[in-house]
Design a protein around this ligand. Structure first.
Ligand code: GLN
Length: 539
């Protein structure tokens, strides 16, 4: 029998439901089970593609080009579960499907209602994932907080599924907060109320994951167990950790995975957690340190570049180095008084990530120029690659007004521009080059060396491309086009020749990096930054 695990949250948001769901997934995989992950977002947007990174953090892109919630990034980092459009459900998608069916006459004669029509559509989408061949366990994370109006239909669908499948086939994991007040006293009341709220919608949790600052005593766990009807073994303390990658180990130590499997009557081998232990050990005790300057535009909100931070951390793990992130708002560099030498003092490498819109572009161009001229490792991702091309065109080719047509309509040297067929695109939902595309890497380039492969597949999310008209001149002046689409038409990567590691890529490698297997480009970038750091220390 295929199993379902629903993960919900109580008390407040941002407790780490996503990391909890992902950690449970990692533990199930460590026991040899096949896992699928599913995120439910109770907002009306059809997908996250049109949402500002300031509002909602990073937009995570799947192979099939779905623009999803950043929690899918966690699923991708903690588990090997494939992620696609099916693995992200929003209220918008559900209502859209039901309303389209209604217009098509599928419900002719009947009144279309939240229950059963909306809940049935939610259940259909959950079961679609659960019932795929060879899947043992599907973990469904319901976003938002229990008690929010928005999540009611999803909780009702979960309740019905638990009832219909039986409690040994569908269980509930509830993540709540256990705060401490001044004097350090632990307060269980918010959790008691949060569980009551879940019970009110008809769901009895099987497992409680209690978020707190410090590990909770057994006496607190026992008290919560007796107030909530959750077995003591199922009351788990998830205290603050130096790295999120430690959560699978912490859950396992308290027997959470064994308890979940016992509840669902699933036999498995012991959890093999050696790879996770190694990751955590390397993050906590790195042999060396590097400082990476990230010059981007959404710097105030950590979640806006979530996958970049994580991929840099993975690159560190692969090189046994701790990565210190130095976040620099690119518009700061544009100030005439900005002292780049000071800003970049003791920085071992610069990364310019993706982004949209004009603000801060000139600052990014200055950062790229600084890296090129000072022979600092540089990693340009998507917009960061376009910036690299603009800078090279201006300074080396001598096209002073070179720009991307995204930022200047009047430039006489549009070195980055829209593909012909995209010029008239008016509808901004899902009109970009999205999802996995194949590229061919050139021999004897940094990128070929990093991947060790001629053909690579990476995910895209962008509208603009390097202009083919500018390519001959850029190449003649020494910019290496190090990867293209298989037909040679689109530039996928470029490199500076006289820099230890100056690489720009049009795609988003950060989405495919895992702590246990760093992405080859992040691994190579950090390796070069380590060299820089050691060279400086040796001076
Ligand atoms: N704004 C650029 C484009 O649309 C880059 C996008 C990105 O960095 N993801 O092409």
């Amino acid at each position: 029998m295929k199993k379902l695990i629903f993960v919900t949250g109580g008390v407040c948001s941002s407790l780490g439901k996503g990391v909890t769901a992902s950690s449970i997934g990692a533990l199930m995989e460590a026991r040899g089970l096949t896992v699928r992950m599913l995120k439910i977002d109770p907002y009306l947007n059809v997908d996250a593609g049109t949402m500002s990174p300031y509002q909602h953090g990073e937009v995570y892109v799947t192979d099939d080009g779905a623009e999803t919630d950043l929690d899918l990034g966690n699923y991708g980092r903690f588990t090997s579960a494939p992620l696609s459009r099916e693995n992200s459900i929003t209220t918008g998608q559900v209502y859209k499907t039901v309303i389209e069916k209604e217009r098509a006459g599928d419900f002719l004669g009947r009144t279309v209602q939240v229950i059963p029509h909306i809940t049935d559509e939610i259940k259909r989408r959950i079961l679609l994932v659960r019932d795929a061949p060879d899947v043992d366990i599907t973990i469904v994370e319901i976003g938002g907080t229990v008690g929010d109006m928005e999540s009611v239909p999803f909780l009702e669908a979960a309740r019905q599924l638990i009832h219909e499948c039986g409690r040994q086939n569908a269980i509930s994991v509830h993540v709540t907060l256990v705060p401490s007040v001044s004097g350090g006293e632990i307060k269980t009341k918010p959790t008691q109320h949060a569980v009551k709220e879940l019970q009110e919608v008809g769901i009895q949790p099987d497992v409680l994951v209690l978020r707190s600052k410090d590990p909770l005593d057994d006496s607190v766990r026992r008290k919560i167990s007796s107030f909530t009807n959750v077995e003591f073994e199922g009351v788990i303390s998830a205290y603050d950790l130096p790295t999120i990658y430690e959560l699978p180990l912490v859950l396992n130590k308290q027997g959470a995975d064994a308890f979940i499997l016992k509840k669902m009557n699933v036999e498995s081998r012991h959890a093999e957690l050696g790879a996770w232990r190694e990751v955590v050990d390397k993050i906590k005790h790195p042999a060396r340190k590097v400082r990476i300057g990230i010059v981007g535009k959404y710097m105030e909100l950590h979640d806006a570049y979530k996958s970049i931070w994580e991929a840099l951390c993975h690159g560190g793990v692969a090189n046994n180095a701790g990565v210190e992130l130095v976040k620099i708002d690119s518009s700061r560099l544009e100030d005439a008084n900005a002292k780049l030498d000071e800003l970049f003092a003791n920085i071992d490498g610069i990364l310019v990530p993706g982004g949209f819109g004009e603000r801060g572009i000139e600052g990014m161009i200055l950062a790229a120029r600084y890296a090129r001229e000072h022979k600092l490792p540089y990693f340009g991702i998507c917009l960061g690659m376009q910036v690299m091309v603009i800078e090279y065109a201006r300074d080396i080719v001598g096209w002073e007004d070179a720009h991307s047509t995204e930022f200047s309509k009047t430039t006489t040297h549009p070195v980055v521009c829209l593909l012909e067929e995209q010029v008239n695109v008016k509808n901004y939902g899902g009109t970009m080059r999205l999802g996995a595309n194949e590229s061919v890497t050139k021999p004897d380039t940094k990128i070929r060396k990093a991947y060790g492969a001629e053909r690579i597949v990476e995910r895209h999310r962008h509208r603009y491309e390097v202009a083919n008209t500018a390519r001959p001149e850029l190449e003649a002046k020494g910019l290496t086009i190090s990867a293209t689409t298989p037909d040679g038409e689109l530039v996928e990567a470029c490199e500076w020749n006289d820099n230890p590691w100056g690489v720009g890529v049009q795609f988003h490698p950060e989405f495919k990096s895992r702590p246990t297997k760093a992405h080859p480009l992040f691994k190579a970038f950090i390796a070069e930054c380590v060299k820089q750091n050691e060279a400086k220390a040796g001076q």
